[in-house]
Design a protein around this ligand. Structure first.
Ligand code: ATP
Length: 387
């Protein structure tokens, strides 16, 4: 899979790229962007389409080029090849518009607040007199509006950044970026400095703020669950290209290849034989997506699709469990099912999640059931099945 253009992503994404450079679907259009540092290629042909007022999360392993992509979009880096169009206007490629003329809000990883300015001073930094006059608002009124937009208490206005919590600092950085009423907002790991509780609360508040303001946003994160919960669209970047672009549901439940599947969450992978739309494996006969595939495949299921039930044809023995509060992870050796009996000692081992630590004790025999469909991959390379 080398680019978005040849990936079997859902029809709406292809339609989006085909919609032409200037359309609501293509508020931001990144086409074949290549960028190397010295001799090291980082982006090898990244393509991406972002609809107006939507949020896209770019997710990928550390060092995969996420920040570089944001910096190319913002205008802080010049691509070696490819183009970036904003609102149908070319800002990088055959033409180049410098960063300060792109009307893009960029919030770097650390927020980069001015330490010597108050909260109000930081936010007001982005406000122009001309824009205030045009909006018929005083500076104080516009500041109040922005405080409200990012759910920041006005009492914090006089504080300096070092007198704020990480979450409050993040909201100030966001308000400063929103003050300019940017065409596009770029957020680089905006929640990475926050602890788990604050992270979820800030993420929700920011998502609400962006939806309310209707700002087109691209967010970079290495946190898969953050990408899946925050965005309308998720782009998985790997080896310098967008391996998959689609809705959170699509990229999670219909990943294009095994590597993407495993990057986005835990996966149960089993050898299987497909015929007539059913994959026969140690978990029984499971309906498979892309029923055109036949013969040997690697079958992928999400752990939450496999349930412990009172009885049924598929049995397993719990080997061990890992307790983490609301759920346990149980490692189970499958004992095979009718027609695929592999014997208790040699059956494949899978990991599932279960809520009841008492039921899933090591050594216990359990019955298993699969909900929904599985995804089939080529056993040779974990890529899409083409036969
Ligand atoms: N200015 C630069 N000069 C040389 N190499 C660079 C420069 N900026 C980034 N790189 C290299 O490019 C690669 C991609 O970096 P980038 O920061 O874009 O990755 P990332 O996906 O955002 O990583 P992380 O999740 O760790 O922040 C890395 O190997 C990095 O060392």
């Amino acid at each position: 899979m080398n680019s978005l253009l040849d990936s079997p992503t859902p029809a709406d994404d292809s339609a989006r790229l085909a919609a032409g450079p200037q359309s609501r679907e293509n508020h931001l259009l990144v086409q074949g962007v290549v960028k190397s540092f010295g001799t090291v290629p980082v982006l090898r042909g990244v393509s991406l389409a972002v609809g107006k007022g939507t949020t896209t999360a770019i997710v990928g392993p550390s060092g995969s080029g996420k920040t570089t992509l944001l910096r190319v979009i913002a205008g802080f880096e010049v691509p070696d090849a490819g183009s970036v169009l904003l609102n149908g206007q070319m800002v990088a490629g055959a033409a180049f518009v410098p960063a300060h003329r792109r009307n893009i809000g960029y919030v770097p990883q650390d927020g980069a607040l001015f330490p010597h300015l108050s909260v109000a001073g930081n936010i007001a930094f982005g406000l122009s007199r001309k824009a205030l006059k045009a909006g018929g608002l005083s500076l104080a009124d516009r500041l109040l509006e922005l405080f409200e937009l990012v759910s920041l208490e006005p009492e914090l206005a006089a504080r300096r950044p070092d007198e704020l919590s990480g979450g409050q600092q993040q909201r100030v950085a966001l308000a400063r970026a929103l003050a300019r009423e940017p065409d596009l907002l770029l957020l680089d790991e905006p929640f990475s400095a926050l602890d788990a509780g604050l992270r979820t609360a800030t993420r929700k508040a920011v998502a609400k703020t962006l939806a309310r303001a209707g700002v087109t946003t691209v967010l970079v994160t290495h946190d898969q669950s953050e990408a899946l919960s925050f965005a309308d669209q998720v782009g998985v970047i790997r080896d310098g290209v967008v391996a998959q672009l689609g809705s959170p549901f699509v990229v999670y439940s219909r990943p294009v290849d095994l590597q993407t599947a495993e990057f986005l969450g835990d996966a149960v992978v089993l050898e299987a034989e497909v015929s007539d739309g059913l994959a026969r494996c140690a978990l029984g006969a499971i309906p498979v997506r892309r029923p055109s595939s036949q013969g040997k495949v690697l079958l992928m299921l999400r752990p939450e699709q496999i349930r412990i039930v009172d009885s049924g044809p598929v049995r397993g023995t719990i080997l061990d469990t890992d307790y983490f509060g609301p759920m346990i992870t149980a490692r189970i050796r499958l004992q095979g099912s009718a027609g695929t009996d592999t014997g208790p000692a040699t059956g494949p081992i899978i990991s599932i999640r279960h809520w009841n630590a008492l039921l899933a004790r090591p050594g216990a025999e359990v019955f298993l059931e699969v909900a929904g469909e599985a995804v089939a991959f080529d056993p040779a390379d974990g890529g899409p099945v083409t036969r």
